[in-house]
Design a protein around this ligand. Structure first.
Ligand code: HPA
Ligand code: ZN
Length: 337
């Protein structure tokens, strides 16, 4: 089997995606509709959305993210995002997804968290009920909002647990505050039944990843590619169970790692567990298969592509039952909880 055949097989096979943000899943057409409804001149048409797909660094992307979030004015708007997201999961045959949903952003927008949560939950539950696959939530805080805002996310979850939430993560500007500032936040996770993840090694280097490991003890790292600069750290990751949820198009678009310079293949070949994901498919204009295509372009073999696809299921916080892992021979599409 060559890489093209492996990619064709992957298109048909059930896949898992572990690094995907709700707001970043907005379809361009939805963005135009939201902007119109909000009376905003920001995204008058699809061309205007596409024109903002390249950034001069992570801050440029986070500024777009802020613009997108400011258009969200009601729980119904969040339901629209959730519908865009589930439609894509169905289209791409992604039967297991862990989705970052950010109470910190909802709070900033002055919206009621429980109303937003219920609107999103109804869409995710409908997707599961119709047998399209399972969705789990990673509650998300934003690093540059600071540790107090992150604690508030956990306070909300402690008061009103969301059964769909299986983990807690930290996105935003990796360079704004050190991981150490969030140690007290992450110490609460075990008691709340939330698995720890963190965005690190996106624009930060090995020190940022090492700090995240030391202070936050994540089970997975979102991005993590910045670890590649330190061979000892790479060996440590390879020995550990910590997986890296790598997003090649995102790294390319933000300039964090232009695709040809991505160290993902070196990490994989050093024995680090890697999963592939789209991060913000609506804003970067990518698909999960597109991410596998990027990895193939870097030289991954069919066996390596299949190993990464398997890792998507194995590194999940709510591992699917024995029906779900991709088995080339069965072709079974249905998922059951
Ligand atoms: N990095 C940091 N914050 C984010 C990202 C990301 O890739 N996507 C959405 N928020
Ligand atoms: Zn991300």
């Amino acid at each position: 089997m060559n890489a093209a055949e492996a990619l064709r097989a992957l298109r048909l096979r059930p896949k898992a995606e572990l690094h995907l943000h709700l707001e970043g899943s907005v379809r361009p057409a939805t963005l135009v509709r939201l902007a119109r409804a909000a009376g905003s001149p920001l995204f008058p048409d699809l061309a205007a959305v596409r024109a903002r797909r390249r950034f001069d660094g992570l801050p440029g992307f986070l500024s777009l993210y802020r613009d997108v979030c400011r258009l969200l004015r009601s729980p119904a708007d969040f339901a629209l995002l959730a519908r865009d997201l589930t439609a894509r999961l169905r289209r791409e045959r992604i039967t297991y997804a862990e989705v970052y949903v950010s109470p910190a952003i909802v709070d900033r927008l002055g919206l009621d968290w429980l109303a937003v949560r219920d609107a999103v939950e109804a869409v995710f539950a409908g997707h599961e009920r119709r047998g399209h696959g399972r969705i789990r939530v990673l509650l998300d805080a934003v690093r540059h909002f600071g540790p107090d805002a992150a604690h508030r996310v956990l306070d909300l979850h402690a008061r009103h647990p969301w059964p769909r939430a299986v983990g807690f993560g930290l996105g935003g500007d990796e360079l704004a505050l050190p991981a150490r500032d969030f140690a007290s936040v992450y110490r609460r996770l075990d008691r709340l039944g939330l698995a720890p993840v963190v965005h690190a090694g996106e624009v930060g280097g090995p020190d940022s990843v090492a700090d995240a490991l030391r202070w936050l003890k994540p089970r997975r790292i979102a991005h993590g590619v910045g670890a590649a600069g330190d061979p000892a750290l790479v060996r440590r990751l390879a020995r550990s169970d910590v997986a890296l949820d790598v997003c090649l198009t995102s790294n390319d678009a933000t300039g964090a790692f232009p695709l040809p310079r991505s160290p993902v293949l070196a990490l994989l070949r050093a024995g680090v567990t890697v999963t592939l994901a789209t991060d913000d498919p609506g804003l970067f204009g990518t698909t999960l298969l597109g991410e596998y295509r990027c990895l193939a372009r870097l030289g991954a073999t069919p066996l390596e592509l299949a190993a990464v696809a398997r890792s998507g299921f194995r590194a999940a916080f709510a591992p699917p039952g024995r029906h779900q892992p991709p088995r080339p021979a069965t072709g079974s599409a249905r998922t059951r909880s």
